[in-house]
Ligand binder design. Structure first.
Ligand SMILES: Nc1ncnc2c1ncn2[C@@H]1O[C@H](COP(=O)(O)OP(=O)(O)OP(=O)(O)O)[C@@H](O)[C@H]1O
Ligand SMILES: [Mg+2]
Length: 502
């Protein structure tokens, strides 16, 4: 066993030894070593803030270690350009598409083919199309990146990195907010690349996904490796213990009380081809999931309910009172809170600190001014505690939080404001197993308090765990409805993807 491990390390294309990295005097990585082998999927796992993305930034030359050593094919990259030249491709957790450029331009960015001074646009579009087709994707290369769903944006970034080739491909939570179909496409792609000899570094909080895909797993906890070995040598329970340090159980509570009066009612809502004559009623204390194949209808629904966009027609009422559409303030004042699935673009304000972000929504409702600095920390403390937001230094700018902790800030910001009805888009996007269980308990508690909860989740497991009812939307229309107790997870996925139930 020792001998094999030693021999395999010889073949490693990417090697880290004793790597340490601190931010503001606090260590995010404490002596991490790992070997990444060609033809292997090596998963990195760990709770939010464990140090996974920091390690990725070191592997890709974005950060240099404070101490320790990194080697790719015998060389040590000093910056991202050198790492790229050594064959490292990376899809970072914080996605990097230029939202105002087209899909084709994004895929070809930094690599535009020219004839003399002329950029060959036709060839760009064709190459981009080929790159997408190679992954089995049907995305319009002329679409502007900012108009794509988050899932499509992820696919475009993956296509770009795969096209660039290389011997190491790092994917930091590529499937975090993807539906079952898109996530399967990503996993199939990873398997193909692995079989062609690429060393794949794969990060995910979905344990079953990792166990099904990875050859090797390294678990980080508070910046240290707590376990590393072959995937077949561990299981779900073992991984959870290595990540969290204890078992995590999350159970659907028995909702005994019959749901009461209508909390949120949407009538004949229309918006282009995305939402057509859409009707839904959510009773107080009820959790209803809206499901659809591409996520299109869900994000459009978010725009309409939050007031970012005005519907062409239709009404939205909270507890029987219609709220004026197309105004964010009216929507808030009416008691509706919409937690976006696109936290980076629509959720948090990057220049502000964690505490400021936590209080943004409260202060907007109270028409309070944020510059009451003195009490900011004191007022933010309960939210920070309830949602277990952790950071290395106290109250950093929000973008310095790990991805999962940013998600907790986003939820705390909205759910801490006494809502009457909420729309949750992928509420556990990027959070670890322990935080996921806590957030699910929190959503249960909201419902128990009589809040009407509308859920748009890309995870079938999450829908099965939280929802009472599911409403299936296709081509903007409601096509089916089921009680969660009456269907299985597989039936749920099938009906979402377009199959009829039995
Ligand atoms: N630039 C930075 N400045 C200060 N602290 C940072 C910075 N980057 C990361 N950190 C901190 O380092 C720790 C590790 O963060 P990292 O992003 O590596 O976690 P992670 O394992 O990827 O978590 P997640 O699953 O939530 O994405 C966190 O506490 C984070 O707040
Ligand atoms: Mg991360």
């Amino acid at each position: 066993m020792e001998r094999t491990a030693g021999m395999r390390a010889e073949e490693a294309v990417l090697r880290v030894r004793d790597v340490t990295k601190s931010f503001g005097g606090a260590a995010a990585l404490k002596g991490v070593s790992a070997d990444f082998l060609p033809g292997e999927v090596h998963a990195l796992m760990g709770m939010n803030g464990a140090g996974k993305s920091t390690l990725v930034q070191i592997l890709s030359g974005v950060l240099s270690p404070d101490s320790g050593h990194l080697e790719i094919g015998g060389h040590t990259p000093r910056n991202p350009r050198q790492a790229r030249r050594l064959g490292v491709s990376v899809v970072p957790q914080r996605r990097e598409l230029v939202m105002t450029l087209t899909v084709a331009e994004n895929i070809m960015l930094g690599d535009l083919p020219t004839s003399g001074p002329v950029v060959r646009w036709r060839s760009i579009r064709q190459t981009a199309r080929d790159a997408l087709h190679a992954l089995g994707l049907e995305i319009d290369v002329d679409a502007v990146a900012g108009d794509l769903t988050v899932a499509e944006q992820t696919m475009v970034e993956v296509a770009r990195e795969v096209r660039r080739g290389g011997r190491v491909l790092i994917l930091d939570e590529p499937t975090a907010c993807l539906g079952p179909e898109a996530a399967t496409q990503i996993r199939e792609l990873v398997t193909r690349l692995r079989d062609s000899g690429v060393a794949v570094v794969f990060i995910s909080h979905h344990i079953s996904e990792v166990l099904g895909l990875a050859d090797r797993i390294t678990v980080l906890r508070d910046g240290r490796v707590t376990w590393s070995g072959l995937a077949k040598e561990t299981d779900e329970r073992g991984l959870v213990r290595d990540m969290v340090g204890r078992d995590v159980v999350s159970r659907r509570p028995a909702r005994t009380a019959e749901p009461s009066e209508v909390g949120l009612s949407i009538r004949r809502l229309c918006q282009g081809r995305f939402i057509e004559d859409f009707d839904i009623e959510v009773r107080r204390g009820e959790i209803v999931a809206v499901l659809g194949p591409a996520g299109d209808a869900q994000s459009r629904l978010f725009d309409l309910l939050s007031g970012r966009r005005r519907p062409e027609s239709g009404t939205v009422s909270i507890a029987g009172r219609a709220i004026r559409s197309g105004s964010i303030d009216r929507s808030l004042a009416g008691g509706l809170r919409c937690v976006t699935g696109d936290r980076r673009r629509l959720g948090l304000i990057p220049g502000l600190t964690v505490d400021e972000n936590l209080l943004l929504a409260q202060d907007r409702l109270d028409r309070r001014k944020l510059h009451r600095w003195g009490r900011l920390a004191e007022r933010a403390a309960p939210l920070r505690d309830d949602y277990r937001v952790v950071s290395l230094v106290r109250n950093p700018p929000v973008e310095q939080l790990s991805g999962g902790n940013q998600q907790k800030v986003l939820l705390a910001k909205w759910l801490g404001t006494g809502p009457a009805a909420v729309l949750l888009e992928d509420p556990t996007n990027g959070v670890d197993v322990a935080a996921m269980a806590e957030i699910h308990t929190l959503v249960d508690a909201l419902a128990a308090e009589g809040v009407a909860v509308l859920l748009a989740s890309s995870s079938a497991e999450e829908v099965m765990r939280l929802a009472d009812r599911v409403v299936v939307v296709r081509d903007g229309r409601r096509v089916a409805e089921h009680r969660v107790d009456d269907i299985t997870r597989d039936e749920l996925i099938a009906t979402t993807l377009g199959g009829a139930l039995r």
